[in-house]
Write a protein that binds this ligand. Structure first.
Ligand code: IPD
Ligand code: CA
Ligand code: CA
Length: 281
């Protein structure tokens, strides 16, 4: 008989969700404990790309919990990289502290983001914002929740009525593809464009209807994998800028409530890079 690979069953997904939740809550307590008490804030390479002792401590706590329950699974964590055998179908993508710049400045918009990819597809997502005590959870086919209550994307169907969010990657000084032109374009077309500073929460806010659309480039899988599950399970849509299927490694994402997806994609593709005058070029 052929060795058939079965899709994960709801009970199995629930179990993954619960362990990811335990890990995210434990990271959240660590982030709270370092809040305002950081001894080390360092740049990782590019200006503004910060790392603190809170990132490392939160990541260690998440990995310890996941490994205790799933020693065979692969792990991809922002600060410590990849571990485990790539023969496993299961890969945990972890951002222990998404929104480090906000956190280092004590601007309370940061979260821990944990996703489980099965055969490369994000299927479980947990995002915990300890500063607002908001726990976002979702798994394929099981819906999305905020603090255990079901959530849904917004109904906004006109760009002129929408509130969007985006971000600017750490390489923004080095490339003309830095998203500045897109930001200006959508600022004119909508009721506003926010720059949250934590991609995971930007996506969670789309999922619960506070924001209508999000695009960004220069991202890593751990920034967005959990949020993708949330948006999809809350009734929204996620794709590449041109509406083709999203490639997690492309760094680019377009996520909306679904109603605005086509309009946002069309407008995004129209934008030409802003050529910055010296001395910013
Ligand atoms: C960053 C945040 C930010 C996004 C950056 C990310 P970090 O993650 O998600 O919103 O604009 O591209 O790198 O560095 O705070 O974990
Ligand atoms: Ca991040
Ligand atoms: Ca991070």
């Amino acid at each position: 008989m052929k060795n058939e690979i079965l899709p994960p069953q709801p009970l199995e997904l629930e179990a993954f969700l619960d362990i990811a939740t335990e890990a995210a809550l434990s990271a959240g307590a660590i982030l709270q404990s370092f809040w305002g008490n950081l001894k080390s804030v360092q740049e990782k390479g590019r200006p503004g790309d910060l790392v603190t002792e809170a990132d490392a401590a939160a990541e260690a706590a998440v990995i310890t919990i996941l490994k205790r329950h799933f020693p065979e699974h692969q792990i991809l964590a922002e600060e410590s990289g990849h571990q485990g055998s790539n023969t496993s179908r299961f890969l945990w993508a972890i951002d222990p502290l998404d929104g480090t710049t906000n956190y280092a400045h004590q601007y309370p918009f940061s979260a821990t983001s944990i996703a489980l990819l099965i055969d490369g597809v994000p299927q479980v997502g947990v995002i915990f914002d300890p500063f607002h005590q908001e726990l976002f959870r979702a798994a394929s086919g099981l819906g999305a929740t905020r603090n255990r209550q079901p959530i849904h994307v917004s109904q906004t169907s006109a760009l002129s009525q929408s509130l969007l969010v985006t971000g600017f990657a750490y390489d923004r000084r080095e490339t003309v593809d830095n998203n500045y032109a897109e930001f200006c374009h959508f600022t004119h077309l909508t009721q506003g464009v926010r720059r949250g500073g934590a991609a995971s929460l930007d996506l969670a806010y789309i999922a619960c209807g506070r924001l209508d659309g999000y695009w960004e480039r220069g991202l890593s899988p751990w920034d967005i994998a959990a949020g993708i599950v949330l948006v999809q399970e809350a009734g929204g849509q996620v794709s590449a800028y041109n509406q083709t299927p999203l490639d997690l490694n492309s760094g680019r994402i377009l996520a909306t409530n679904g109603h605005l997806h086509e309009a946002l994609s069309t407008e995004l593709l129209k934008v030409k890079p802003l050529v910055m005058p010296l001395p910013y070029a």
